[in-house]
Design a protein around this ligand. Sequence first.
Ligand SMILES: [Zn+2]
Length: 445
Amino acid sequence: MDDPTGEVTDLLQHLIRNACVNDGTDESGGEAKSVDVLTSYLDGSGIDLERYEPLPGRASLVGCIEGSDPGAPTLMLMGHTDVVPVNPERWRHDPFGAEVIDGEVWGRGAIDMLNLTASMAVATRKLADAGYRPDGTLIYLAVADEEALGSHGAGWLTEHERDAVACDYVVTESGGIRIPTPTGTKLPVLICEKGTWWCTLRVRGTAGHASQPLRTDNALVKAAEVVRRIAEYRPETRIHDTWRQFVEGMEFPPEMTEPLLSAEGFWELCETLPMLGLARQAHACTHTTFAPTVIHGGLKTNVIPDRVDLEIDIRTLPAQTGEEVQTMLREALGDLADEVEVLHAADDPATESPADTPLWDTLQRVTDALVPGAKNVPFMTVGATDARFFRRQGTVAYGFGLFSDRLGFDEFSSMFHGDDERVDQESLRLSTELWQATAHDLLGG
Ligand SMILES: [Zn+2]
């Protein structure tokens, strides 16, 4: 296999410089620029290319190497082309400069997830150039709008262009970072993601003159108490299947494993764990979380406010329903529950794929060859990815990738939507080889 490092670095630099920043508005993103780059990169290699653009500028690209056996499985490699906004003042280098410094490519999207979007494209191109004739079909999808709600990207494609993106298996972001343990390196494969239940809570009061505040019904004062109760609420700990499989797969010593698998004392463990990143992760993986994030209210300094709206970011665990969340909210609010109205709840439940699938076996075999001695373990992401659209239509979807040992778990996690995002070139090479080997193993040919 010839070394793909230069090619994948070059493509990643183009994608970073395109700055497809998605701020959640329809006019942002501009992913068509990166679809243009990817189209010219993949064109002429015998890959069938199709472009979809539900709104001007919000383009996605599907590339396909057709399999010879209609009974064989279809694998999709899916990467998004959009990125989240940056505050350039906090960066040590230009976030859209894509400079290579000391073997690392700097820029917004270098980890989330233009690194993988680029390496998937290079792998697909190299397979096609080598005359790859698989039994099963290989699809490459460069998708828009992952960083908002996917409604101009994966959500739109799975709804309106079902046949173009139909597949048995999807691999996308963001697992595979190395976790060293006493029993060897473990690589998390994301098989599950939490759901979101974003809502607005309206707190009402009675308007009046603010020069006489005694015994008034002030919506802002009430809202402050609502925020305090939600922040202090302790939902029950749930040791669900994916968490159990992860902890068991990590092969920690029993004195570590037992507390991580016992609901009793779990909250206290998270509160006292010195590694803050790990504590937050362990807590979020085993609890419904409630984060008050936005407050709107009040009219004028001298008017007692009669209405305050609070936005709460709630993340749900697998199998948890909207009714359950409402019950928890009432429990959190206690005697204030009747004074709070729930508006605009957006229910997007958690999704999961089984861990005992041919794709799982493929990824472990391929990992064995590329990172000798490393073992894959099932894991969940507490954020949301485009995998959810595919899991909901019955596709097995995992988040994976391969990274060098230059990158630690905490550093990796903090670079998602963080400052000074960058990826080393050895990681880019490893991922490119991962995708090629995965296609060969799963699809034959
Ligand atoms: Zn991402």
